[in-house]
Design a protein around this ligand. Structure first.
Ligand SMILES: *[C@@H]1O[C@H](CO)[C@@H](O)[C@H](O)[C@H]1NC(C)=O
Ligand SMILES: *[C@@H]1O[C@H](CO)[C@@H](O)[C@H](O)[C@H]1NC(C)=O
Ligand SMILES: *[C@@H]1O[C@H](CO)[C@@H](O)[C@H](O)[C@H]1NC(C)=O
Ligand SMILES: *[C@@H]1O[C@H](CO)[C@@H](O)[C@H](O)[C@H]1NC(C)=O
Ligand SMILES: *[C@@H]1O[C@H](CO)[C@@H](O)[C@H](O)[C@H]1NC(C)=O
Ligand SMILES: *[C@@H]1O[C@H](CO)[C@@H](O)[C@H](O)[C@H]1NC(C)=O
Ligand SMILES: *[C@@H]1O[C@H](CO)[C@@H](O)[C@H](O)[C@H]1NC(C)=O
Ligand SMILES: *[C@@H]1O[C@H](CO)[C@@H](O)[C@H](O)[C@H]1NC(C)=O
Ligand SMILES: *[C@@H]1O[C@H](CO)[C@@H](O)[C@H](O)[C@H]1NC(C)=O
Ligand SMILES: *[C@@H]1O[C@H](CO)[C@@H](O)[C@H](O)[C@H]1NC(C)=O
Ligand SMILES: *[C@@H]1O[C@H](CO)[C@@H](O)[C@H](O)[C@H]1NC(C)=O
Length: 733
């Protein structure tokens, strides 16, 4: 023997040994799986290492001559994983000849090792003069018997029902048994049709009793199937826990015979559960174990299958067939809902659109109504100086946002011509937004007027118009924001303590005079303000005067000195000549300015009904005081001192000149401005040189300015003004 062969042999032995040790892992490797036509399955086997080593009961033999699988010496029919072994056992008999002599074939005790008789077996006795005993041995020994006697041949029946055949149950758990048939009278009387007593175990339901044949000679029947129970070990599944030999995808169950356990593959798996990897998935789809109506729809998965319907189909679980998805109601419902939604959406869209259009139309309407067209026409049409026109048209939304929705807290003031809001534009600049009074067409014209007038003016002492908004029902004007309120408030209001010094007052007077002078002469088209009053003079933080409210102003064409207009103005400031004649010229502003100057000098209101009869109007009050030579009485105490006495008298003279009854007698605004400016220069000079004015100069000045007629005329005139509706009755804001 060569060394190589020896090594191979050693290897084979080693393999065999390891297989033996590992036993149940792969017991089928190299083990016979068939003997004749019977399949050998683990835990049974025919050679060492092929059967469950713990129990020699699983040691089978295969007769190589006749290819019979044998359990001991009992032939095996088949092996069931659930714990059954089917074997063939021949019947026992005792036969008699016609004279009663015996010939019998009684088997000895049959041993079943650790296997036991199944209760599926029946102990059966066939004969008409017969009885038999079944003796079973196990944990307990039992004996039972069955007897059958018949006087003549029973009618054909096919069942073992006591007519020539009797059957008994078999006790469970016996691992050896013995069957013994006997006869009462040696079959002498029934010998003609039944010479023998037969007794045997047979699987219930497999023996069909044939009266004539079986009573005559059952001896020819070689054997009957008998069911034996087997299980692994003596413990239950719970006791063995995870040490059971049941393999993957299998489960352990307690044996039906009451001892040990058995294994079974999970549902959807098949194979030998006693092997480590014996259970494998059943492909239901290829083995036609599925119930899908169309096999093509069957899909296998580990442990089961499903019927996969193509998209658009659903599985009907009753017939396991694919049905076209029931689109009917769902689709109709869905369609209805979607359609409804679409309609709803469309309607709301159209409504939105219509609302938007309506809004736009409304805005357009307002724009027209508010004179937008007129404004644009006049802005573009008037070739005179339109180059410096810089008016921004604001949108309604922009205005609403700027004023926080016209919030009450934003109101700066309310006056004859409208409400003024504080507005904050998107660029954070603060503006004053004037909302004109809900007006008739004449006021629209006023409004347009203001836009036009202001757009023509670019003067540091005139409130700058930034733009306007015409889209609202009530047109809006946007001005630069002047911080410190009106001169009226400063002089008379409680808002500010009237701490304006004479220098301030004089400067304000100079600024206003200069502005009016500019409006009258220097601006590209002469402008008459028509509503000069302290309430229309704003002060910024440096107390610089800003003339505002040009709503009533008129542009005067170059070739016309005077215009005939509806009388407009404010009580107390209104030029009596203009009031009487309706003829407007620049001297009207001069008159109004005179009143403003008087207010500045005296700190008194233009019209005060608390003053004595003839002095209700400031002009007459001044005139009377001057006449009676007690002007110093009405001049504000905190304003006048020894230093400025002369200038104040001078200014008073100018004021009185300005308020002369006829326009002719009044100085031009230019002259007024020059005089006041000169006065201011003097003041500063005086201040600097610290000199007192000469007294005779003052006397002289006062002498010039006595005007007697003023008071009466203006007084009566102003009383009758009350009947004129367009007048701003509020007497200043
Ligand atoms: C096995 O073979 C025998 C004959 O050898 C036959 O009688 C028997 O029916 C067969 N069993 C099966 C299960 O095929
Ligand atoms: C029967 O089973 C027991 C325990 O499983 C074992 O010890 C005994 O050897 C078995 N008997 C035979 C005949 O194999
Ligand atoms: C298996 O059974 C056969 C026949 O009954 C016997 O010869 C053999 O010794 C048994 N093997 C074992 C290991 O008991
Ligand atoms: C095998 O079967 C043949 C024929 O039936 C028989 O002669 C022989 O004794 C059997 N061998 C064994 C070992 O049982
Ligand atoms: C075993 O044999 C019986 C009777 O011949 C048969 O009904 C049964 O289906 C068989 N079982 C297996 C697992 O082959
Ligand atoms: C039955 O047979 C036995 C022995 O063969 C004999 O001793 C016996 O007397 C017979 N009984 C009858 C009733 O014939
Ligand atoms: C059952 O019978 C057998 C054989 O006759 C005997 O050895 C055994 O002791 C008996 N068992 C019991 C529990 O009586
Ligand atoms: C087995 O026996 C029972 C009664 O013991 C009976 O109901 C049944 O029909 C029999 N046959 C089969 C095949 O189980
Ligand atoms: C089997 O039965 C027939 C009659 O059906 C008989 O002729 C034959 O001798 C019997 N064989 C044996 C071995 O008893
Ligand atoms: C069996 O279970 C125990 C605990 O229940 C565990 O410790 C052990 O590892 C398990 N053995 C196997 C082979 O799974
Ligand atoms: C059970 O079977 C499936 C498919 O055959 C396999 O993938 C899986 O690993 C098995 N489970 C175990 C625990 O082995």
């Amino acid at each position: 023997m060569k060394l190589q062969d020896g090594l191979i042999l050693v290897a084979i032995f080693y393999l065999a040994y390891t297989q033996l040790v590992r036993g149940q892992l792969h017991p089928l490797d190299g083990c016979p799986t068939k003997c004749g036509n019977v399949t050998i399955e683990y835990p049974f086997g025919t050679s060492p290492g092929c059967y469950y080593a713990e129990d020699r009961s699983f040691n089978l033999t295969c007769n190589q001559t006749d290819h019979k699988l044998l359990f001991g010496n009992i032939p095996v029919i088949n092996i069931s994983h659930s714990g059954e072994l089917r074997v063939r056992v021949a019947p026992s008999y005792s036969c008699y000849n016609s004279r009663g002599s015996l010939s019998n074939g009684i088997y000895n005790t049959i041993s079943l090792a650790n296997l036991t008789l199944s209760t599926k077996n029946r102990f059966t006795v066939v004969g008409c003069d017969s009885y038999a005993f079944l003796s079973t041995y196990g944990v307990a020994n039992y004996s039972s018997g069955c007897m059958s006697i018949c006087s003549s041949t029973p009618e054909a029946n096919g069942e073992c029902s006591g007519k020539g055949c009797c059957q008994n149950s078999v006790p469970r758990g016996s691992n050896s048994f013995k069957v013994q048939p006997y006869s009462f009278n040696n079959h002498t009387s029934v010998h003609s049709f039944n010479p023998c007593s037969y007794a045997f175990l047979v699987e219930n339901g497999t023996f069909n009793f044939d009266v004539l044949e079986d009573l005559k000679s059952l001896r020819n029947v070689t054997d009957f199937p008998v069911v034996l129970d087997w299980s692994i070990g003596k413990q239950t599944c719970q006791q063995v826990g995870n040490t059971s030999i049941c393999g993957a995808n299998s489960t352990c169950f307690d044996s039906t015979r009451g001892v040990g356990y058995n294994c079974e593959c999970f549902e959807g798996f098949e194979g030998n559960p006693y092997l480590s990897y014996g259970c494998h998935d059943i492909n239901e789809c290829t083995s036609s174990r599925h119930n899908c109506l169309d096999p093509n729809t069957c899909r296998n998965y580990a442990g089961g299958f499903y019927c996969q319907c193509p998209s658009g189909y659903r599985l009907d679980t009753n017939t396991m067939s694919c049905k076209r998805k029931d689109i009917g109601w769902t689709i109709i419902l869905l369609g209805t809902i979607i359609g409804f939604l679409v309609i709803l959406l469309g309607v709301s869209f159209i409504r939105q659109k219509m609302k938007h259009r309506k809004n736009t139309e409304l805005r357009q309407k307002f724009f027209e109504q508010n004179g937008g067209g007129m404004l644009i026409q006049r802005l573009s049409g008037s070739d005179s100086g339109s180059s410096n026109v810089d008016v921004k048209i604001f949108t309604e939304i922009g205005m609403k946002n700027a004023t926080n929705g016209y919030d009450e807290s934003r109101i700066l003031g309310q006056g004859g011509q409208g409400t003024v809001y504080k507005g904050i534009l998107p660029d954070n600049s603060i503006v004053a937004i004037k909302k004109a009074r809900l007006g008739d067409s004449s006021q629209v014209e006023q409004f347009i007027n203001e836009v036009l007038v202001l757009s023509q003016i670019n003067h540091r002492n005139v409130v700058k118009l930034l733009g306007c908004c015409l889209e609202t029902e009530i047109p809006l004007l946007v001005y630069e924001f002047i911080t410190s309120g009106t001169l009226f408030d400063h002089l008379h209001g409680s808002l500010f303590d009237s701490s304006l010094t004479w220098e301030h007052r004089l400067r304000i007077a100079v600024e206003v005079a200069g502005t009016l002078s500019y409006l009258h002469s220097s601006a590209s088209i002469p402008i008459i303000h028509r509503d000069v009053k302290t309430a229309n003079i704003l002060l910024d933080e440096n107390l610089t005067a800003k003339v505002a409210d040009f709503g009533a102003s008129r542009l005067i064409p170059m070739d016309k000195e005077q215009l005939t207009t509806m009388v407009q103005g404010t009580l107390g400031y209104l030029d009596p000549e203009y009031y009487n004649t309706g003829l407007l010229n620049e001297k009207s502003d001069v008159y109004s300015f005179g009143v403003v100057l008087m207010e500045l000098i005296s700190g008194q209101k233009a019209l005060c009904f608390e003053r004595p009869q003839n002095s209700k109007h400031l002009v007459s009050y001044f005139a009377t005081a001057t006449k009676e030579n007690r002007l110093h009485e009405i001049i504000g105490g905190q304003v006048m001192n020894e230093d400025n006495k002369r200038e104040i008298y001078e200014a008073s003279r100018v004021a009185i000149e300005c308020t002369r009854l006829t326009g002719e007698e009044r100085p031009r605004m230019k002259e007024v401005a020059a005089e006041l400016e000169a006065l201011r220069v003097k003041t500063t000079k005086h201040k600097r040189s610290d000199q007192y004015p000469e007294t005779e100069e003052i006397e002289n000045l006062l002498g010039v300015q006595i005007l007697s007629t003023q008071g009466n005329t203006s007084g009566t005139g102003y009383d009758s003004i009350n009947n004129v509706p367009i007048l701003d009755i509020e007497a200043g804001r």
